[in-house]
Ligand binder design. Sequence first.
Ligand code: NAP
Length: 451
Amino acid sequence: MSDRYLAFANSAAGRRLLRALGLPTPVRLERWAAGHARVLDGALLLAGDGDLLASVLGFAHRLSGERYAERPDRLGLPCWKLAEGPRLKALVFDASGLNRFEQLSALRACFQPALKGLGKCPRLVLLGRPPESLEDPQAASVQRALEGFSRSLGKEVRRGGCVQLLYVAAGAEPQLEGALRFFLSPKSAYVSGQVLRLAPCTAQVKDWTRPLAGKQALITGASRGIGAAIAETLARDGAEVVLLDVPAAEDALAALAARFGGRAVTLDIRSEDAPHRLVEALPDGIDILVHNAGITRDKTLAKMSEAQWDAVIEVNLQAPQRLTQALLHANKLREQARVVLIASISGIAGNPGQSNYATSKAGLIGLAQAWAPALGERGISINAVAPGFIETQMTAAMPLALREAGRRMNALGQGGLPQDVAEAVAWFAQPGSGAVSGQVLRVCGQSLLGA
Ligand code: NAP
């Protein structure tokens, strides 16, 4: 569905008028398109003082052709100065060396000038050490303080900018490249204010142009919307895709499968024999499992029927659990498999009229957290992606006022696209993303709901 306000705000006349009226002017976000030569087109500033910067320096030339240091004679790079430019496309600040409260002023010292020198849709990433891994209470508190800083910065940065914080455990440094390829590129256009933890992981991406080459992926609810975008993106990254949807979607599903060189499976995941039939449909097993199929049956709890409650819990929560369990029992989830559950920010913040849906989506987040330790023993990761307002048939059906509120109530002032969710799933699906498990990544433009 088209966003007319966004289109108007990005026209010359519209921009002038909205500014004169003091109304927000959301920026049209840059997104990843085929043919991108580099992770980011523009200057990358490397700043901060921790020991993670040395790891980043080792691969930074593969991210950007223009690299700068914050101070002269640092890292063998030219020093970036606000007065001289160029405008920054990205900034990586290594805060892992901060362990005293007074050192937090380094954040202000670096980001204050940098904020004035940012280009369009800039990407800012802070690196730290997991606070829970530090014995010294003050050092742990300083690292925890980074969350407040990065989330506030996400709400202040303009021009479509995004800010994230990555806590990197000792030994997880080799997985920084995969994470920064996602968070510094337009692939994370609609992801901001997020905090993730990277742990050591033995698997590695071999070819960054096709990071999922040789992998088999199954996506449920793949005939349209977010599921179709996930299938397309995983296929773009080299995976062989199996698209699953309800029998009624057979034609659309078959057409998409043919387009992506994949296979279609029609199955109602709510049916009694769905686990058995899915196992039969996957004789060789899979490496990537994406539970995307989901439904809404919105009503306030006072008016909600038993059928509306049950349908949502069964499709959104019970089916992913039953299917995952069956695939595990039948040994169809290969070693180093990647499981991704599509949750929702409703499951984090709650939403009136969606008690059934929010319950199911919060339950999915619980599933990711509960399964992670046991699956981790086989190198399998499981994570949840929680979309905010995404432009799909599901949100097009919302009443106008609710739809407009959903679109604007986030730091980027607009809805996301199915591609934005798909890019996050594709990153979680990579071999090296075993570094992340039992976690939730919101793709919501830093929504004000449940922030
Ligand atoms: P969508 O357009 O409604 O697509 C979902 C697909 O799943 C449909 O093809 C649907 O088929 C299928 N499905 C439903 N029940 C099924 C079943 N029992 N067995 C097999 N397939 C089934 O939804 P979407 O907007 O792309 O959303 C995809 C996922 O993202 C959902 O889990 C949703 O909750 C989540 N999400 C979406 C948004 C958003 O803003 N759009 C926000 C947060 C989270 P039918 O035609 O039969 O329904």
